[in-house]
Structures are given as structure tokens and as C-alpha cells.
Design a protein around this ligand. Structure first.
Ligand code: NAD
Length: 252
């Protein structure tokens, strides 16, 4: 089975951010045509500039917490490229700081709304199109923190554990209909999200380095190549699983 993405159409949410931007580029490099979806118009347009892929890539502004918005993105992919084969549900936000008892209900709900309900909404919008065309591959971005916890991130940890559950549930329901559903679990990846945390908590990055036996933080490219493989026919027997790309984080 080939790992080429020639002829495939992909959608990447959070495609304006660190991991999503690089994933969109790698998918284009492997032959796919890609719709980049992001809440931020500037970030999305930045991805178009970064990829410089001409007609092979398009940006659609979208909010993963809004079903109508995600249905619009899927329709845009079909209108522009005729189908939807690969969906990388990757948009996410961070909340680091308060211990659990000091996290407000609003803060908790917001993280869950984007990171977990957003993945549910995205799949709810994508699956009907994939069923109609006979299959597809969905890759949800969880995290090492979908299988482990660290302090001060209760909402985030909860949301990422939930993404793994949602991924498994969807795989059980749809794998026999040609839709494979998997989760990618990045370790700490050098992105704007991490830069923002380092600014708030100086020393954050060095502390996290000790959790990566491989001796470095990840790059968006490390994650993008896994997403491209999971989206390809080479991964035809992979579904309902969690693919850690984490420099050994979960091995400790
Ligand atoms: P990032 O902040 O660089 O990118 C996230 C993108 O999501 C941004 O462009 C943002 O505009 C977009 N976004 C936020 N809310 C949205 C919404 N409601 N609708 C649509 N788009 C929205 O972050 P990143 O590091 O690239 O993270 C991408 C994913 O990877 C997230 O799910 C994150 O939790 C996960 N992750 C990141 C790391 C890491 O170390 N960076 C580690 C594990 C998992």
C-alpha cells in the first residue's frame, strides 16, 4: 500500500497554528489538496503563504465549537476539491496555571468546548461526507496528556483523555464503513503554544525537556509525518489507536 496522498483531499483544523500549519504543508508535499481551517484569519493566511501551494491549498475561517461552521468547511472542501478523504482534527487551546479547585467552571468549559466538543463537532460534520463517498481517515490530535497527567492542567488533561475516548468510540462505529479513526499523541512540540507558556512560566521548557528521553522537544514536522502516514493507504489496518510521537514521554 502506498503512502502517497495523490488524489486525496484533506482538511486540517487549527491549520494556522504550529502543528496544523506544518501538517497542511506535509500533506500537500505528499500530493494531497488541503483545506486549512482556523479561527484566526491571519494565521490561516500565514499558512497559505508558508505552503505557497497554489490551487492545492485553500483557507476557510472556521470555529470548531460551531457545527454550522464545520459543516461549511466540509462543504467548502467538497465544492472546491470534490471530496474529503483525510480530516486532521487538531484545533486546541491551553489552560495552565490554577490547581483544579481554582479553575473556574467557565475556564474548564472553554477548554472542553474547543479541545473535546470541537473534535466531536468536527467528526459530526466530516463523517456524513466520508460515508457518502465510501470512506476516509480521521486523525484527532490528543496529547501525551491524553494518557498521563501533569499538575496545573486539569482541564487540558481531561480534554485530551476525552479525545482518545471519542476516537475509540468513532472507530468502533465506523471502521467497517471504511472510515479509520486514530489519535496522534504529540509530546511537547516547539510551537507558539509552548512559546506563550514559556513567557508566562519562565523555565517551563527546560523542565519539560527532562520528560523527553530523546533529549529534545518535538517539531511540528515530527507530528505531520505521522498524520500523513495515518491518512495514507499504507495505514489501511490502523484504526481506533493512539500513536504517540513524543520522544519517549510516555515510556517513563
Ligand atoms: P497553536 O496554538 O500553535 O495552534 C492552535 C490553532 O488552533 C491556532 O491557530 C488557533 O487559532 C486554532 N484554534 C483555536 N481555537 C479554535 C477554534 N475554536 N476553531 C478553530 N481553530 C481554533 O497550537 P499547536 O501547538 O499547534 O497545537 C495543535 C494541537 O496539538 C492542539 O490540539 C494541542 O492541544 C495539541 N498538542 C500540542 C502540543 C504542543 O506541545 N504544542 C503537545 C500535545 C498536543
Amino acid at each position: 500500500m502506498s503512502n502517497s496522498l495523490d488524489g486525496k483531499v484533506a482538511l486540517v483544523t487549527g491549520g494556522g497554528g504550529g502543528i496544523g500549519r506544518e501538517t497542511a504543508k506535509v500533506l500537500v508535499d505528499h500530493g494531497a489538496r488541503v483545506v486549512v481551517a482556523d479561527l484566526s484569519e491571519d494565521a490561516g493566511n500565514g499558512t497559505l503563504e508558508y505552503i505557497d501551494g497554489g490551487d492545492a491549498v485553500a483557507f476557510v475561517r472556521a470555529d470548531v465549537t460551531d457545527l454550522a461552521s464545520m459543516q461549511h468547511v466540509v462543504q467548502a472542501a467538497v465544492d472546491r476539491y470534490g471530496r474529503l478523504d483525510i480530516a486532521h482534527n487538531n484545533a486546541g487551546i491551553e489552560l495552565t496555571g490554577p490547581d483544579l479547585a481554582d479553575v473556574t467552571v467557565e475556564q474548564f468549559d472553554k477548554v472542553i468546548a474547543v479541545n473535546l466538543t470541537g473534535v466531536f463537532i468536527s467528526m459530526k460534520a466530516e463523517i456524513p461526507q466520508m460515508l457518502a463517498q465510501g470512506g476516509g481517515s480521521i486523525i484527532n490530535t490528543a496529547s501525551s496528556l491524553g494518557q498521563a497527567a501533569i499538575a496545573h492542567q486539569s482541564a487540558y488533561v481531561t480534554s485530551k483523555h476525552g479525545v482518545i475516548g471519542l476516537t475509540r468510540a468513532a472507530a468502533v462505529e465506523y471502521s467497517d464503513k471504511g472510515i479509520r479513526v486514530n489519535a496522534v499523541l504529540p509530546g511537547v512540540i516547539q510551537t507558539p503554544m509552548i512559546d506563550a507558556l514559556e513567557e508566562t512560566y519562565p523555565g517551563f521548557k527546560d523542565a519539560l525537556l527532562t520528560k523527553h528521553p530523546i533529549g529534545r522537544l518535538g517539531t511540528p514536522h515530527d507530528i505531520a509525518e505521522m498524520v500523513a502516514w495515518l491518512g495514507s493507504d499504507a495505514a489501511a489496518f490502523a484504526t481506533g489507536s493512539q500513536f504517540a510521537v513524543d520522544g519517549g514521554y510516555l515510556a517513563i
